[in-house]
Design a binder for this molecule. Sequence first.
Ligand code: FEO
Length: 613
Amino acid sequence: MYCIKKITDNLLWVGANDRRLAMFEGVYSVPDGVSYNSYLLLDEKTVLFDTVDKAVQARFFENLKEGLGGRKLDYLILQHIEPDHSSAIEALLTKYPDVTLVLNSKSADFVSRFYEIDDNVKRLIVKEGDSLCTGQHTLHFVMAPMVHWPEVMVTYDSKTHTLFSADAFGCFGALNGAIFADEVDINRDYFDEYRRYYTNIVGKYGTQVQALLKKASSLPIDMICPLHGFVWRKNFQDIIRPYELWAAYEAEEQGVMIAYASIYGNTENAAEILSSRLRETGIKTVMFDVSVTPASEIVSAAFKWSHIVFAASTYNSGIFVSMQALISDLVSHNIQNRTVALIENGTWAATSGKLMREMLEKCKNMRFVGDVSIMSSVKPDKLDEINALANAIADTFPDKKPVALGTFDVDALWKIPYGLFLVTAKDGGKDGGCIVNTISQITISPLQISVFISKESQTHDMILATGELCVSVLTKSAPFSVFEHFGLTSGKIKGKFENISHSWSESLARLNNGLYYMTNHTNAVISAKVTSTVDCGSHTIFIARVDHAEILSDEESCDYDFYFKNIKPKPQNREGQVGFVCKICGFVYEGEYLPEDYICPLCKHGAVDFNKL
Ligand code: FEO
């Protein structure tokens, strides 16, 4: 039976899922399956975008038949000839022999190498900039070589602003009923698979992905339809921003990935000691046994983290096999811009350190910060070397000095007034921050605070997704620009931590958990992990357990009264104007009546905070 999904009134998903496939491309495990997306546009002409893997073609043909509803198929656009999208072509041509194949010259070459296609089959060869009018819609063809094969092209529908993006913006994992990314929790449930898909499938081709991103940035986009995974119709930055980072080989997170290959556990022991020392300096670490964890997961993590430690035994006068394979994989995926440290082990003639370095030196911008060589097992004299390596790594962490452990000061919570606070969060590579006025300490054991945040705020969504937040208690010295920047603009439109021109931006630093806080105009910083939430309509109350509290200065906290009297600019003379003014941010609503459920578009306060002019 067919199973199609409606994307718009005349665009259908007619693809299929494969949940039995063990290894995608024969090399990447797909425990949650994979989707092969095919889209059918029902315009005056009917247009199919790509086919599916032949393993699932039976369902695909049922879907296509149902989608066409008795109409003939006019065009098949072949954006990518890799067989996971093209291997149903021969069968399709037996069912729809009058279809016209739309492809570029390289695709035409590739398709003839894979399949037997009769010369009589109609072909429309397109190139960069060509377009095809199908009635109401005009489809524009944009070449995207090496994203992921040389023949790849994407298609832009200028009527609906839809980008059919081929492999770009795809993801491993079958579609389990939902078709739109906004129907699921991408950050919690899918983001790791988006990264694993990107890094392993197109990670090598960052330059080419950047070229496609640049082309796409010049187009208005309301929908992205990739060949795997979800369709995007909102929150585009949630996928485009990570693509920008990955394509530029920039780390998503500051922290250390430790990959080790150990024969009898001694190399693992050295790696664990190093990880433990790094954690004690407040640096995040993750560890992988490269003989156990699939390489695709470690490649993905290498793209995520800023620092990588490789620890390997010497084996057959070389690098232990699983580590050699991993590094080879990373080099071929073009990993670059990472800070690297090495640990080698060998009972006699240890060579793995030197050899690992030689392999990694082929990558661009790898900064080597130190190495340790152990002989068989970690002896007391090696602990100092491992500690020194941990310190050398810690010294490379950016400007944003981690807060040393041991400064937890519960008195920091005494700084909380009915005041004004900067609350920050971080989700993946994105930082968020907003101004909040209601925070309380609610229990001492465990030490918990409550934080009220508007659901309109992007920071709200980040806290909901990650369960982590940081509070900077603002002081009376805080300039209005702090409140304006974090309170009166939307992070959904413009990243709040990008290109800040105010002098106080110099005082933004990161805690150990990676969240921003302010060191100036702030008298205390409190970070906490959410333990529960209360939905209060316009706001969510986050109950959060304090995991760090520190007094930063003895300046007085800024309370609401002080803010209104001394910081907030005085209202303009609006004589003769009819309307209501938001007493929080000064936004003016023009009109005789203010709806009860009105929300200020700037600061997100409700009608109760408006005064009649
Ligand atoms: Fe999903 Fe490159 O094929």
